[in-house]
Design a protein around this ligand. Structure first.
Ligand code: GLY
Length: 494
């Protein structure tokens, strides 16, 4: 891991963003827990994601589903047969590696999408050896990444921990369609855990065995979906895309991309919505974002069109996948119709159809890590410039000193604000140190009760990014904070 990763990981441990799971027992590779700040950041990210993505349609809802799924459902979906990676094992010490990642790590060119024989050939040609003992490898074999389990006292039922939340939606499609009053498009989202028995996860928080996903499955009729979308509004919007056979990132207007790649309008519309989420809602810098096309061999088995959502992360050595935009056709519902013998075909506007699926899929753990990577800087001061809506605490509330009733007034203000905002009370150390502690965890505002507050019922409010301070009346503080968070009011106009 590089220096930037070490710096961010140390911040995470120290301040309580992310911690290794079961640490007191030596930990378990690929498993992490969230501390107090990480949990609040996660909750805010999830709320922001739900607000934005459920808002893309009138008929989009959140559901929740079981994490354990029957064998029959995942056999039907194709995961029992196809949800696998290639594994190579050292001939001498038995150390296991995900073959394509190992190639990427040693040669700089990932082996993603290659077949077993191609991986073996490349590993031999590049003289890749075991990173532990320096010996050669056995031939690559396929390894299914699902966690199997036996259910019941005799283990009579076989199941798996779900490998993607998407499957929970497909199994609930029929009931969801009823709730959506039998209209297309309609969408169901799940925010929850998924489980993948990754081979030797050695990329820290990037590759987890128990991961959290936010996935929206949009069910639609491909001949009618375009008409429901305001494409004109984004026709000239420039997308930052990279094609699978071209090393350059390009900026192409939505219309141009459609013409160049013959993509459906509805697909490109959602690429634009995803990019806008990162650049406009979350304020990621433009140059750190790209949508990466995956070639035919690189796509998951259920996808016909697949662009990864990627952000350049210094701590992880370059652009990394944070999610994907997947056109899954009618593959999933057709497979479940076959496997369950339940009809997934519906009648919409007089025609019978098995709806197609557009999936907007996001790895939450990776997204949270990316926020810390993109927004944390340590120059003359350490500051995490998180978008205010995501910050674990909206404001710190401090008395300048703990005498003459300043602390009593500050506590009272803190209690009043707690009804509306997640605020943090701190009276220990110098005021400078208290500001610094809040800057480091991304708190966008600090409110200080000083001697003037006792006379005129005003406080100072300090902005994290500019360190500017303004004086505002206490009765207006709660609504001002709200306006500042959603950027309705610039700080300079207070
Ligand atoms: N549901 C898509 C994925 O897990 O990548």
């Amino acid at each position: 891991m590089n220096k930037r990763y070490e710096e961010l990981y140390s911040l995470s441990l120290r301040r309580g963003f992310i911690w290794p799971s079961a640490e007191i027992y030596g930990g378990l590779a690929g498993f992490y827990d969230y501390g107090p700040l990480g949990s609040m950041l996660k909750r805010n990210w999830e709320n922001s994601w739900l607000n934005y993505f459920l808002g893309l349609g009138d008929n989009y809802f959140l559901i929740d589903s079981s994490n354990i799924m029957p064998h029959s459902s995942l056999k039907a979906s194709g995961h029992v047969e196809l949800f696998s990676d290639f594994l190579v094992k050292c001939k001498k010490c038995g150390e296991s590696y995900k073959a394509d990642d190992l190639l990427g790590e040693v040669t700089g060119t990932s082996g993603e999408g290659l077949k077993a024989e191609e991986l073996d050939k490349k590993i031999t040609e590049a003289n890749v050896k075991c990173l532990k003992c320096g010996n050669g490898f056995n031939a690559a074999t396929e390894f299914n990444m699902m966690f199997p389990m036996s259910i019941g006292s005799e283990g009579q039922d076989k199941g798996y921990l779900r490998p993607e939340t998407a499957q929970g939606v497909y199994l609930n499609f029929k009931r969801g369609f009823e709730v959506a009053r039998k209209k297309l498009p309609f969408g169901l989202a799940i925010v929850g855990r998924a489980y993948r028995n990754e081979i030797s996860p050695r990329q820290g928080v990037y590759r987890m065995r128990e991961l959290i996903q936010a996935e929206l499955q949009i069910f639609f009729d491909p001949t009618k979906f375009d008409k429901t979308l305001d494409f004109e509004n984004i026709a000239n919007y420039p997308l930052r895309v990279q094609f699978h056979d071209d090393p350059q990132i390009k900026e192409l207007r939505c219309e141009e991309l459609i013409a160049k790649k013959e993509l459906p309008k509805y697909y490109v519309y959602h690429m634009a919505m995803v990019q806008k989420y990162y650049l406009e809602q979350l304020q990621y810098p433009l140059e750190r974002f790209r949508l990466l096309e995956l070639g035919e061999n690189e796509r998951a088995f259920y996808n016909k069109i697949h662009y990864d959502i990627e952000v350049n992360l210094e701590s992880l050595g370059g652009f990394k996948e944070l999610g994907g935009i997947h056109y899954r056709t009618d593959y999933d519902l057709s497979r479940h119709q076959e496997g369950s013998k339940e009809r997934m075909e519906v009648t919409f506007e007089g025609e019978k159809i098995i709806p197609h699926v557009l999936e907007l899929s996001f790895g939450i753990d990776r997204n949270l890590w990316s926020l810390i990577d993109v927004f944390y800087e340590k120059t003359d001061r350490a500051v995490l410039r998180l978008p205010a809506v995501l910050a674990p605490f909206t404001a710190g509330v401090f008395p300048l000193v703990t005498k003459n009733g300043l602390d009593v007034k500050a506590k009272k203000l803190y209690v009043a604000l707690r009804d509306y905002h997640n605020v943090f009370y701190d009276e220990s150390g110098s005021i400078g140190r208290r500001y610094a502690r809040m800057d480091e965890i991304g708190t966008p505002f600090c409110i200080t009760v000083d001697f003037d507050s006792m006379k005129d019922d005003t406080v100072t409010i300090r902005e994290r990014d500019s360190t500017l301070q303004k004086r505002v009346p206490i009765p207006k503080l709660e609504s001002l904070l709200r306006e500042l968070i959603i950027k309705k009011k610039p700080f300079t106009e207070l």
